[in-house]
Design a protein around this ligand. Structure first.
Ligand SMILES: [Zn+2]
Ligand SMILES: [Zn+2]
Length: 130
């Protein structure tokens, strides 16, 4: 039986190995199982909550109901496939000049943002053209 204390490290290792850019809880459980590290769903959830609390993971809000998680790293924005829900990282689209200009325009102090570009990933785009 997998010891619960191993799970956070296994989750981080999984994300460092890559294969995806963001993971849902279900995908974390699937990928751990595929690596022979299967764990029950509530243990995966607790592992993710612990890593969030430690600041090692961040929650990616994509506004479609499914919470996704990624390794905490320097700010970047995302591109998403509307058909298969693949997500990839892109460099930040709003330079400091844009943020300052929007602060001047709105009077808001802007502290954070996330930009998501929606479309079709290369695989789905190929399928659409066929
Ligand atoms: Zn990301
Ligand atoms: Zn950005």
């Amino acid at each position: 039986m997998a010891r619960p204390s191993r799970i956070p490290r296994q989750i981080v290792d999984l994300m460092v190995r890559g294969g995806r850019h963001v993971w849902t809880l279900e995908q974390i459980a699937e990928d751990l199982a595929a690596a022979g590290q299967g764990a029950d769903f509530s243990s995966v959830w607790r592992g993710v909550e612990r890593l969030l609390g430690e600041g090692r993971l961040t929650r990616v809000g994509l506004d479609d109901g499914a919470a996704r998680y990624e390794l905490a790293e320097a700010h970047h924005d995302h591109v998403r496939c509307l058909r298969c829900h693949a997500v990839a990282a892109i460099p930040c689209l709003l330079g400091p000049g844009v943020v300052a200009a929007m602060e001047a325009r709105t009077g808001y102090l802007i502290q954070t943002h996330s930009v998501v570009l929606d479309g079709l990933c290369p695989a789905c785009r190929g399928g659409a053209a066929a």
